[in-house]
Design a protein around this ligand. Structure first.
Ligand SMILES: *Cc1c(COP(=O)(O)O)cnc(C)c1O
Length: 384
């Protein structure tokens, strides 16, 4: 009998071709301004709900449908229009798994969320990335020009991570009309910090000309503060959601997460408070950066992208040494020398501004070096 060797067993070609991702998660015992999570706590209703869980409840397979009905009602949608997922990471996976045949084209603007690449490539799809220019605005005309008869999925991220820039409702509609033969997924992970949404277009009372090929993803990881429980949703026309429900595991969201979502989805008092903290903090950080003459892009999300130049790594290291985690985005397409900072709550903003100021001084940063060319090899891509 031949010797068994694991290295002789190959994965599917698409998986072999997939880029690896390494979120820099190790040692995050510091102020977490690196991953865009809520940096405070979820609604107090979550503790109350989880405190009531019995030990026996852990023995039962989770039931997703009743909580989907609660979430649908909150969104003013029908229950058939909502699929809860193991956060938006899984939502992206389910969308790709449901709709993409090998060779189908997936279209999105970059720099954006790396999981779009990972999941589309894993299905053997052809990924078409439209590079943003230095304004980091959504490249509307060029994305429209990228739509072909083979386009099966268009992903629109608004506000976009890691740029903080947005896509107008008018532009989203125009893309959905131009790609009427494709699924158009709008990733609204940062919706609460911006306030504009296309979720209303999915309602029964939406305008007659609202696109019918649009689906919307939302997460409970950001404003809601449940990143550790892994829960998100995908909403859309019942016909499209039905296909995705079929493709998803029936127990993809655990019962602890379901209880938490049920308890906090309608806590507008908490959400208003947290979003208010972020909006105020964002304005403070933007003003402080302007004062320190650090170039940055206007943000509609809970983070700000700044342009540091060749000393991007030094800044991240200097801030880490002072107890604040920042995120180096230099290896994103078009973002050489860029660093992202997540917006926290009030006292965290005080710390962040002080540490940014000290760190920039410690590395001897000056605005003049921002446009200096960068030496050295490109790093491996990381994902959010
Ligand atoms: C953080 C983020 C998500 C949400 O991720 P989860 O898997 O729900 O935690 C989705 N899309 C973008 C663009 C993000 O930045």
């Amino acid at each position: 009998m031949a010797e068994q060797r694991p290295e002789s067993i190959q994965p599917r070609r698409a998986i072999a071709a997939m880029p690896e991702y390494h979120p820099p998660l190790a040692g995050r015992n510091a102020l977490r301004l690196d991953f865009n999570e809520n940096t405070h706590a979820p609604s107090p209703r979550v503790r109350e709900a989880l405190g009531k869980l019995t030990l026996e409840s852990f023995t039962v397979y989770p039931e997703r449908a009743p909580v989907e009905a609660v979430v649908a009602q909150h969104l003013q949608l029908q229950p058939e229009q909502v699929l809860l997922t193991n956060a938006v990471d899984e939502a992206i996976h389910i969308v790709c798994f449901t709709f993409l045949e090998e060779g189908d084209e997936v279209l999105f603007a970059v720099p954006s969320f790396f999981m779009y690449d990972v999941n589309a490539v894993a299905m053997g799809a052809v990924v078409k990335r439209v590079q943003m220019d230095e304004t980091l605005e959504f490249p509307f005309e060029r994305l429209l020009a990228g739509i072909t008869p083979k386009t099966k999925l268009v992903i629109l991220c608004s506000p976009n991570n890691p740029t903080g820039t947005v896509i107008s409702r008018q532009q989203i509609h125009a893309v959905a009309k131009a790609a009427a033969h494709a699924v158009v997924m709008v990733d609204e992970a940062y919706f609460h910090f911006h306030g504009e949404t296309v979720m209303d277009d999915l309602r029964a009372d939406a305008a007659a000309d609202a696109p019918r090929n649009m689906i919307v993803a939302r997460t409970f990881s950001k404003a809601y503060g449940l990143a550790n429980l892994r829960v998100g949703l995908i909403a859309g026309p019942a016909e499209l959601v039905q296909h995705m429900r079929k493709a998803s595991s029936p127990y993809n969201v655990n019962g602890v997460a379901l209880r938490a979502v049920e308890a906090c989805v309608g806590d507008t008092e908490y959400l208003d408070w947290y979003v208010g903290q972020i909006r105020t903090g964002r304005a403070r950080i933007e003003k402080a950066l302007d004062h320190m003459r650090v170039p940055r892009w206007p943000s509609h999300a809970n983070f700000v992208l700044m342009h540091i130049g060749p000393k991007h790594k030094d800044l991240v290291a200097a801030a880490r040494a002072r107890g604040v985690l920042l995120r180096d985005r230099s290896s994103d397409p078009g973002l050489a020398g860029c660093v992202r900072i997540t917006i926290g709550v009030e006292d965290q903003i005080d710390t962040a501004i002080a540490v940014l100021r000290e760190s920039l001084a410690a590395i001897g940063w000056t605005p003049a070096e921002v446009d200096a060319p960068e030496a050295g090899p490109k790093e491996e891509r990381e994902y959010e």
